[in-house]
Design a protein around this ligand. Structure first.
Ligand SMILES: C[S@@+](CC[C@H](N)C(=O)[O-])C[C@H]1O[C@@H](n2cnc3c(N)ncnc32)[C@H](O)[C@@H]1O
Length: 279
């Protein structure tokens, strides 16, 4: 049976051609905010799981400086190539990328000052187990940041997309919309608690972005995890695309509204003094 990680790799390798379409720029915005929320210090060691093109890994590398280090891990080779190019463009020598499934990572416990997983936790069938694994890698004084989607993602256009998918392939919605299992601040806080990270704090942010037209929205879907749904729709994809375009025209959709959830859990203990390298 094909593993979820292999499905994700295939979908995101395809999505890499549209990964930076304008409405998806919110990955960069959320990435900067996620890194700010961690309060990283120079010298920190950071692990970024599901790092994609480096939305969080790159600002984290800038924050930890030359004595710090960032390892970005993802299953999509093409997204990792874009991430490496972005890091090289910025002249960052303290960042590395590895193509691997989180489940196969053999990383020493308590070895990271910060662990980040942005818009990735819903890719794991057992999100609590994945969070538990990530939490176990956090050293005393360190933190785990999980950033994910709230109840709205590029609405109202994405709702119209799912309605059109549901009408043709109801099986795809159940299989492809795991973000909903974690899509409220309460549920995200519960995932942290169930994973043993008791005192996690979850903040939410409402983001509104301009939408040019239906074509731009379709490219937004093609550049995201929804690419897997579009591929699975096969010959039904054209009808879904037309239906969504009709909705965007009729409802005069000119904006996309998204809620982003930022969860951070901190492990008690001494923090690394700013400016000091780890031994
Ligand atoms: C929505 S993207 C987010 C990328 C990045 N964190 C960002 O915010 O721009 C989700 C990422 O998770 C990666 N991914 C999915 N399953 C994974 C797994 N089992 N192990 C590592 N990465 C995985 C995908 O390849 C994809 O790059």
């Amino acid at each position: 049976m094909e593993r979820a990680a292999d499905r994700a790799a295939a979908a995101y390798n395809l999505a890499s051609d549209e990964f930076d379409v304008a409405p998806l720029a919110l990955w960069g915005h959320a990435g900067r905010r996620t890194v700010e929320g961690l309060g990283l210090a120079p010298g920190n060691r950071v692990l970024d799981v599901c790092c994609g093109t480096g939305s969080t890994a790159v600002p984290a590398a800038e924050a930890v400086g030359q004595f710090g280090s960032v390892l970005g891990v993802d299953v999509s080779e093409r997204l990792l190539a874009l991430a490496a190019a972005r890091a090289a463009e910025k002249g960052l020598a303290n960042i590395q990328f590895r193509c691997a499934d989180l489940a196969d990572l053999r990383f020493p416990k308590a070895s990271c000052d910060a662990v980040i997983c942005q818009f990735g936790i819903f890719h794991f069938a057992d999100m609590v187990a994945a969070t538990k694994l990530l939490w176990s890698l956090v050293a005393p004084g360190g933190a785990l940041a999980i950033t994910t989607w709230g109840p709205r993602v590029h609405e109202p256009a994405r709702g119209a997309f799912w309605a059109a998918v549901r009408a043709r392939r109801p099986d795809l919605e159940a299989r492809s919309r795991p973000t909903r299992q974690v899509g409220t601040a309460e549920r995200l806080a519960q995932v942290f608690r169930d994973a043993g990270a008791e005192a996690a704090e979850v903040a939410s942010e409402e983001i509104t972005q301009p939408l040019e037209d239906a074509d731009q929205f379709w490219r937004t879907l093609m550049g995201s995890g929804s690419r897997a749904v579009i591929e699975a729709l096969a010959e039904d994809a054209a009808a879904v695309r037309d239906e969504v375009a009709g909705f965007i025209a009729r409802a005069k959709v000119r904006q996309l509204a998204t809620t982003v959830l930022y969860g951070v859990a901190r492990r008690p203990g001494p923090t690394v003094a700013p400016g000091r390298a780890r031994p």
